[in-house]
Each structure stands twice: as structure tokens, then as C-alpha cells.
Design a protein around this ligand. Sequence first.
Ligand SMILES: [Zn+2]
Length: 84
Amino acid sequence: MTKLAYLKRSAIQSCEFRGHTMTRFSRVARSHVAHCKGCNKQAWVTEMPLPNDIMISGEAVALNCGVPLYPLSNAELRQEESLE
Ligand SMILES: [Zn+2]
């Protein structure tokens, strides 16, 4: 197995653990990206990351499926409550 295939498989396993259903990876510049068919969060794989980068990254690796990317602020929460 190549390093890239290993990284992709590791990323997909992490995403599936968090409930995502990922697409295949497509190449973007130096990296490869896949996204969740459900919530559209992304997972990135980079074979040779820059010094301030990491090989596997993305919201789909870090957050569960269905969790909003940017949680509502307190003001937005109050507004939602007043609508009910
Ligand atoms: Zn998802």
C-alpha cells in the first residue's frame, strides 16, 4: 500500500467513526479532499505537508456528522427560542 493510500484509508476510517459517509478523494493542488454526502464536511490528506501543516485534517475528521460547523451564538440561540 502506498503512503497516500494509507493516509486516505486512515482519514476515511476516522470520518466513518464520526458518522460521516465520505465521497472518493479528488486532488486539489498538493492535497486530496473528500467530503461527507450527508453534512458536506471535508477531510484533507497531504502526503508532504508544509512545516505548519498536518497529513490528515478537516472538519469531518474532528467533528461528528450533523454537528453544525459554527455553533449558534447566544444571541442566535435566544432568537431561536423566541420563535418557538
Ligand atoms: Zn457528515
